[in-house]
Design a protein around this ligand. Structure first.
Ligand code: NAP
Length: 281
């Protein structure tokens, strides 16, 4: 039976470490500020934004909330971002995605200063990650690395398979595992013989957005399985991309949903806000 990797506990540790760093900055007279922009009132986005505000409160980061009307134009949002880019008292800028359909998201993400891009989505930060330079790293994959490190799971020299190649999870995840000296294979919807590949993995990271897709026959005995997926079932309960009950029987370690990768994302966002002070120096 697999060891359960406790993301709730590890994310709480990280938030407490961030809280101590924020307090230390405050003693030096430096307050850290995160600007969070939400356009429209998509219920899921409102929950995410609310959780980010709560986390800011907990660690002592000042949050500026911009709740913009659904009809806000591309130009108006670009103007707000430009103003926040130039404000010395704002360290991080986050635009909650998805934006309403009339926005060009790519242009919006590009407008955020790479030094304030705490989500790590700006092409310059993505590029820095690829060439091993300092910069912000997308919070969810960065959270997976922390989970593995703090659980004592060795990555160096291990066979790692990342299932999914999205810009916010799969690709940065693969780059981070490479940085940790794992041997990395990335799979996607056109991959042939998927099970054969996933069964080679010492560490299998699943981010494909399909509930309970990965069953026990995709997993090597004793492997570490990280489930990034998150879905709400008809009975309102949460589940991941991995069929937890059966995979738990054969894996060596596994993240549950909820309580695995999910809580790490916001903890890493808080960590990025503290990092922003160093990068901006
Ligand atoms: P996404 O953009 O939809 O990407 C899914 C990836 O999976 C794509 O690369 C796709 O391949 C691949 N894929 C889809 N079906 C496949 C199949 N049958 N076989 C092999 N590969 C397949 O999703 P995402 O944004 O990366 O998110 C993935 C999951 O993580 C979702 O459940 C999402 O809700 C969750 N998530 C959680 C957090 C968190 O904080 N815990 C954060 C972000 C996302 P192609 O590229 O070929 O289409």
């Amino acid at each position: 039976m697999a060891v359960r990797i406790d993301g709730k506990m590890i994310s709480a540790q990280i938030k407490d470490e961030v809280k101590a760093q924020v307090e230390a900055y405050k003693k030096e007279g430096k307050e850290i500020t995160l600007a969070v922009i939400q356009v429209g009132n998509d219920p899921a986005s409102s929950v995410y934004v609310g959780n980010k505000k709560k986390a800011c409160e907990y660690v002592g980061i000042r949050s500026l909330a911009y709740e913009l009307d659904e009809k806000t134009t591309q130009q108006e949002l670009l103007c707000l971002i430009s103003e926040l880019n130039s404000r010395a008292d704002v360290n991080g800028i986050l635009v909650q995605l998805p934006l309403p359909k009339h926005f060009n998201e790519e242009e919006i993400l590009l407008a955020i200063s790479p030094l304030k891009d705490v989500d790590g989505f700006h092409p310059m930060n993505v590029g820095n990650l690829s060439i091993g330079k300092d910069g912000f790293v997308s919070c969810t994959p960065a959270g997976v690395i922390e989970l593995l490190k703090r659980t004592g799971i060795e990555m160096e020299g291990k066979e790692c398979v990342v299932l999914g190649r999205s810009n916010i999870v799969g690709k940065p995840m693969a780059m981070l595992m490479l940085r940790e000296n794992a041997t990395v294979t990335v799979c996607h919807s056109r991959t042939k013989n998927l099970k054969e590949i996933t069964k080679r993995a010492d560490i299998l990271i699943v981010a494909i957005g399909k509930p309970c897709f990965v069953t026990a026959d995709y997993v090597k005995e004793g492997a570490t399985v990280i489930d990034v997926g998150i879905h709400r079932k008809e009975d309102k309960k949460l589940c991941g991309d991995v069929a937890f009950d059966e995979v738990e029987q054969i894996a060596g370690a596994i993240t549950p949903v909820p309580g695995g990768v999910g809580p790490m994302t916001i903890a890493m966002l808080m960590k990025n806000c503290v990092e922003s002070v160093k990068l901006q120096k």
